[in-house]
Ligand binder design. Structure first.
Ligand SMILES: Cc1cc2nc3c(=O)[nH]c(=O)nc-3n(C[C@H](O)[C@H](O)[C@H](O)COP(=O)(O)O)c2cc1C
Length: 303
């Protein structure tokens, strides 16, 4: 048997394989250099970029939970200008497929970010974070409401020709309606899911574990939620879905793909094991080789 064709097509964008790293869990794609070759992956979703640099929330901002973690980073990042000046040229030179994850508190600022990144060679796609649970403005207020989600998507669509992914929140009441609104407004793909809000309390001090009190839950704890949501989204829209949530092995990736994901992102697993994305890719390749099929043949095939 010859080598398996690992490539997948996500609307207008072809990825060399279906395993990416999730935004906020792999820095800007350069920090894990010596441990994990980012260029060998399907792509790197950058830490969420905003127009201006952001400090994020005060510490403590992360804590471990059963089968996962809580984070309330609050979208700390270097800002889009520093990213374009200092990080993107290095990523481009290394051949990394860069998905720029962006965040703004207004529709206009989302469009400005998109227009700014549109001018930069080396950005393969944009991922709109309209689903961050850890900021006071601009997060869930867009991701929960179909009309607001459509406004952001349409404004960004008008500002760039880059492939456009919109990241879904598990906390949107009618997620199917949000997803369809984004599809109609010009999204090329949906990524699902962002974290879901949780809370942990230190029973000795009686204080919340996070300074922000609540944080986004991620890791294996949310994988069944991600599988269910990806499966539901697959019935709600025709555009491809990028599955995210607790992927820590090739079999986890297969599960999300059977549910309907055309590609997957590895997030929290990288905190436990920085080489996890490369291992997930190798395990997915071995699974496909054994079954004599390409990863794209798994998509949505749950019986
Ligand atoms: C520490 C941390 C920071 C994150 N930052 C972002 C971010 O900036 N933008 C975003 O869209 N998602 C962010 N996420 C969400 C992840 O990209 C992903 O959707 C989520 O963690 C679920 O995947 P996982 O269970 O594999 O971690 C962050 C997650 C973690 C744990």
């Amino acid at each position: 048997m010859g080598p398996i064709d690992m490539s997948v097509q996500l609307g207008p964008l072809r990825l060399k394989n279906p395993v990416l790293v999730a935004s906020g869990t792999f820095g800007y794609g350069l920090e894990h250099d010596d441990l994990c070759d980012a260029a060998a992956l399907g792509g790197v979703c950058t830490k969420g970029l905003s127009l201006e640099p952001r400090e994020g929330n005060p510490p403590p901002r992360i804590c471990e939970t059963p089968a996962g973690m809580l984070n309330a980073i609050g979208l700390a990042n270097v800002g889009v200008e520093a990213f374009c000046r200092d990080k993107l040229p290095v990523l481009r030179a290394r051949g990394v497929t860069v998905v720029a994850n962006v965040f703004a508190t207004s529709v206009d600022d989302f469009a400005r970010l998109a227009a700014r990144l549109d001018r930069e060679p080396g950005v393969a796609a944009l991922e709109l974070n309209i689903s961050c649970p850890n900021v006071a403005h601009g997060g869930l207020e867009f991701g929960r409401d179909p009309a607001a989600a459509a406004r952001v998507t349409a404004a960004v669509r008008a500002a760039t020709r880059l492939p456009l992914w919109v990241k879904m929140s598990p906390e949107a009441g009618d997620l199917g309606a949000v997803a369809r609104a984004c599809e109609q407004a010009g999204a090329d793909a949906l990524s699902a899911i962002n974290t879901i809000r949780g809370m942990a309390i230190d029973v000795d001090s009686w204080r919340p574990m996070l300074a922000n009190r609540t944080g986004g839950l991620s890791g294996p704890a949310i994988r069944p939620l991600a599988v269910r949501i990806v499966w539901e989204l697959g019935r709600a829209v025709r555009i491809p879905i990028v599955g995210i949530g607790g992927v820590a092995s090739g079999r986890d990736a297969v599960e999300l793909m059977l549910a309907g994901a055309s590609a997957v992102q590895v997030g929290t697993a990288s905190f436990v094991e920085p080489t996890a994305p490369a291992r997930v890719l190798a395990e997915l390749g071995a699974y496909c080789h054994k079954g004599g099929l390409a990863p794209r043949e798994l998509v949505g095939k749950v019986r």
